[in-house]
Design a protein around this ligand. Structure first.
Ligand code: AMP
Length: 429
């Protein structure tokens, strides 16, 4: 099967060839002809399956016509990152067509968006809240939308966008083509699909658990207060150059970022409280290899376009086991094996069990390596190794001891913590 077989126009085939794609992915092979034929589609597909091109390419083809003033295709997405990513894809695939794509999302000044929208756009990618604001200000007319896409619909519902989505639907013409993409199917998604889609083609390319077959998973059992030391050790000892670390809270992401930086590991946080420019900076730094650890919360990490990510760390297990699958689904793309490591503290046992129940398999718990726990005993002045810049660990690190690191470079208090088969052993450096 080639892209030519799917009935795409030469301009689109050229753009696809320039991207270096040789063959359509399974979702593309099924979705592209259906969307071109004007059918509604319900697709179960995760990030990494090529779903974006699966709807963007045929939409661009259906829109082919001189650029218009008002959007004829609307893609609703949960996050600003995904909005930027989908719009970028549309611009890339549509580079040989005369169509305008624009993205709008909240958290940034609305006025430049109003100005750009006035100049006209054919394909609009939007987060629901900002789109409603723009519609209310009459900056956008949704009365000519012919194709609607709900991308990552499950995530939009998780984020509480259902009412916004319903309000957007009321602004659209009744007769239109609808595409719904979702990684998971809850009753809520099914209800939305039923309400939205007419005689849809159902496509399920990635059964929810499929991508994780490619991911090597393991867990370390480690007390909460030692997680950061173990993480720093794993990054250093294994020489991980690019690791995505998940924390449960924004505050936790900030704190861990500072702690890793303090341990001499370049890190950046990405979460909902960060400005758009800070997020873009963090992501770009990570992609370029300048930032070794990207510390993210669940929601912010959604829609990040990071290819072939070798390591994902669950610094804290997610409350919802499905999120574990989303998180680790980011590794092992394009057939490469990835590695997902979970740091599990005592109070997370039940969360680990939930994940294992969902996966229908056990996640192997591996013995902890011996790792240093370095306390700050920072005297004023003097040159310190980066590790000693880190904050004092909460509580007393087990057996804190004066010690010297490799080559005597470390002069603060450190211990080596090792925990095997459930018993805690300490060795002093
Ligand atoms: P998505 O699932 O849309 O987030 O896409 C995941 C990644 O796959 C993106 O980086 C795309 O550039 C890439 N991709 C999409 N379609 C293809 C294809 N047919 N061949 C190779 N890579 C692709």
């Amino acid at each position: 099967m080639s892209f030519t077989d799917l009935g795409l126009k030469p301009e689109l085939l050229r753009a696809v060839a320039e991207k270096g794609y040789h063959a359509p992915t399974p979702i593309q092979a099924q979705a592209i002809p259906a969307v071109l034929a004007g059918r509604d589609v319900l697709a179960g597909a995760q990030t990494g399956t090529g779903k974006t091109a699966g709807f963007v390419l045929p939409i661009l083809q259906r829109l082919v016509a001189p650029a218009g003033a008002v959007p004829r295709a609307l893609v609703l997405v949960p996050t600003r990152e995904l909005a930027a990513q989908v719009a970028d894809s549309a611009r890339t695939y549509g580079k040989f067509l005369r169509l305008r794509t624009f993205q709008v999302f909240g958290g940034v000044n609305i006025n430049p968006q109003i100005t750009t929208l006035r100049a006209g756009c054919d394909l609009l990618v939007a987060t629901p809240g900002r789109l409603l604001d723009l519609a209310q200000q009459r900056a956008v007319d949704l009365g000519h939308v012919e194709i609607l896409v709900l991308d990552e619909a499950d995530r939009m519902l998780d984020m509480g966008f259902i009412h916004d989505i319903k309000r957007v639907l009321r602004l659209l013409p009744a007769k239109r083509q609808n595409l719904l993409f979702s990684a998971t199917y809850s009753d809520e998604i099914r209800a939305l699909a039923e309400r939205l889609l007419h005689d849809p083609l159902s496509i399920q390319v990635a059964p929810r658990n499929a991508p994780i077959e490619l991911v090597e998973q393991c867990a370390y059992r480690v007390p909460k207060e030692h997680k950061r030391h173990l993480l720093a050790h794993l990054i250093r000892e294994n020489d991980w150059r690019q690791v995505l670390v998940f924390t449960r809270t924004k505050h936790g992401a900030n704190r861990l970022t500072q702690q890793l930086e303090g341990a001499g590991i370049t890190a950046a946080a990405i979460h909902g409280n960060k400005s758009q420019s800070a997020r873009v900076r963090a992501l770009e730094g990570f992609k370029r290899g300048e930032v070794r650890a990207l510390v993210a919360t669940e929601v912010a990490a959604r829609g990040l376009d990071i290819k072939e990510l070798p390591h994902v760390v669950n610094y804290e297990l997610p409350n919802v086991p499905e999120d574990y699958v989303h998180r680790i689904g980011r590794t092992g793309r394009a057939g490469r094996p990835g590695e997902a490591i979970s740091l599990v503290s005592e109070d997370e046992n039940s969360l680990l069990r939930d994940v294992e129940r969902l996966l229908k398999r056990a996640i192997p718990v591996v013995p902890n390596p011996a790792f240093p726990i370095t306390e700050t005993a920072r005297p004023s002045g003097g040159s310190r190794s980066p590790e000693h810049a880190q904050a004092r660990a909460p509580g007393r690190a087990a057996g804190t001891h004066a010690g010297h690191g490799r080559g005597g470079a470390r002069s603060g208090k450190s211990v080596v913590h090792s925990q095997q088969a459930g018993s805690r052993r300490q060795r002093h450096r």
